[in-house]
Ligand binder design. Structure first.
Ligand code: C2E
Ligand code: MG
Ligand code: MG
Ligand code: MG
Length: 282
C-alpha cells in the first residue's frame, strides 16, 4: 500500500532482468558520455499561432544506440539523474546545441532561438550561470538566443535561491520558460515572483480538449489569461490536430508546439522542414 496505487510487483526473474537492463544501460551511458558520440539533439518547432511562422526550436536529447535504435530521454534521463551522470549529460546537450546553432549560422540561419531543458542538478550547480555565459561567449552566440526550460517542481523548496539564479540568467540575456505548467502543486500566485518569459501549458490539458467530459478549457483559459496579464508569452504543448489548434484560438495562446506543426527531428531535417512554417526573421 505504501508504495502507491500505481505500483505492482514484478516477478523475481523479471526484476532481475529489469535490474540487469538498467545496469547495462548505465554502463553504456557512462561510456558514450565520455566521448559524447551517440547523443544527438532533435528539434521541434514552436510556431506563432497568429503568423504561422516558426519562432524557435526546442532541443530534445536522443540516444542513438547501436542495437536498441533511438532511445527517448524518458528512458535514460531518470537513470542519468540517479547515477550522477546528469551533469555530464547536460554538458553534452549544451555542447551539441551550440554546435548545431553554429552549423545553422553557416547555413544562413543566423538567428535561430533554441530552448534547452534543464535538470534540477544542473540548475543548482554552483556557478551554472557563469558557466553558460562562458560557453556562449566562446562560441559567439548571443545569450538572447537561448531559452532555458524548467519545471515548477525545481523551485519547490528553495524559491528564493532559485529566483536569484533565474534573475542572473535573465540578466545575462537568456530567456526562461516554465515547462509542463499546470501539473505541479505550486499556487498560481507564485508566478508573479518568478522572472520567467514564457509559460508552456502542459500537454495533458491540450490532450483533454478532445474529451467533452473533461473541463480543461476553463483551466487553459485561466492559465493563459493570467500569464498574459503577467506579461508572459504562452505556449500550448502537444498540439496534434487542426481542431485543437482552432480551439486554442479562443484563448490567449501565442505559440503552438506539437506534432501538428512538426515532429522533433535532427538539425538538418529541421531546416528542411522550415518550408512549411518559415522561420521568423527579425
Ligand atoms: P518536455 O520538455 O515537456 O518536451 C516535450 C515532449 O513532448 C517531447 O518528448 C516531445 O517529443 C513530446 N511532444 C511534442 N509534441 C507532442 C505531441 O503533439 N504529442 C505528443 N504525444 N508528444 C509530443 P521527449 O523528446 O521524449 O522528451 C521528454 C522529456 O524529456 C522532455 O519533456 C524533457 O522533460 C526531457 N528532456 C528532453 N531533452 C532533454 C535534455 O536535453 N535535458 C533534460 N534535462 N531533459 C530533457
Ligand atoms: Mg521542455
Ligand atoms: Mg513540456
Ligand atoms: Mg514534459
Amino acid at each position: 500500500k505504501k508504495e502507491g496505487r500505481n505500483t505492482y510487483r514484478l516477478y523475481r526473474s523479471e526484476m532481475d532482468l529489469a535490474m540487469q537492463h538498467h545496469l547495462t544501460l548505465e554502463t553504456e551511458l557512462r561510456t558514450i558520455l565520455d566521448t559524447g558520440e551517440g547523443l544527438f539533439m532533435a528539434y521541434q518547432p514552436l510556431v506563432s499561432r497568429e503568423t504561422r511562422l516558426t519562432v524557435s526550436a526546442e532541443a530534445l536529447v536522443r540516444w542513438q544506440h547501436p542495437t536498441r535504435g533511438v532511445i527517448p530521454p524518458g528512458d535514460f534521463i531518470p537513470l542519468a539523474e540517479r547515477s550522477g551522470l546528469i551533469l555530464l549529460l547536460g554538458e553534452r546537450v549544451l555542447d551539441n546545441v551550440i554546435s548545431d546553432i553554429c552549423q545553422w549560422q553557416q547555413q544562413g540561419f543566423e538567428v535561430m532561438p533554441v530552448a534547452i531543458n534543464l535538470s534540477a542538478a544542473q540548475f543548482w550547480q554552483s556557478s551554472f550561470v557563469q558557466h553558460v555565459e562562458q560557453k556562449l561567449a566562446d562560441a559567439g552566440i548571443p545569450p538572447k538566443l537561448i531559452t532555458f526550460e524548467l519545471t515548477e517542481s525545481l523551485l519547490l523548496n528553495k524559491q528564493a535561491q532559485g529566483i536569484e539564479i533565474l534573475t542572473n540568467l535573465s540578466e545575462l540575456g537568456c530567456r526562461i520558460a516554465l515547462d509542463d505548467f499546470g501539473t505541479g502543486y505550486s499556487s498560481l500566485s507564485y508566478l508573479q515572483h518568478i522572472p520567467a518569459h514564457s509559460l508552456k501549458i502542459d500537454r495533458s490539458f491540450i490532450e483533454a480538449l478532445d474529451d467533452p467530459n473533461q473541463s480543461s478549457r476553463p483551466i487553459i483559459a485561466a492559465i493563459a489569461s493570467m500569464a498574459q496579464e503577467l506579461g508572459l508569452s504562452v505556449v500550448a504543448e502537444g498540439v496534434e490536430s487542426e481542431k485543437q489548434w482552432a480551439i486554442l484560438g479562443n484563448y490567449a495562446i501565442d505559440t503552438i508546439q506539437g506534432f501538428y506543426t512538426g515532429y522533433p527531428v535532427d538539425a538538418d531535417t529541421f531546416i528542411m522542414n522550415l518550408k512549411q512554417y518559415p522561420l521568423k526573421r527579425s
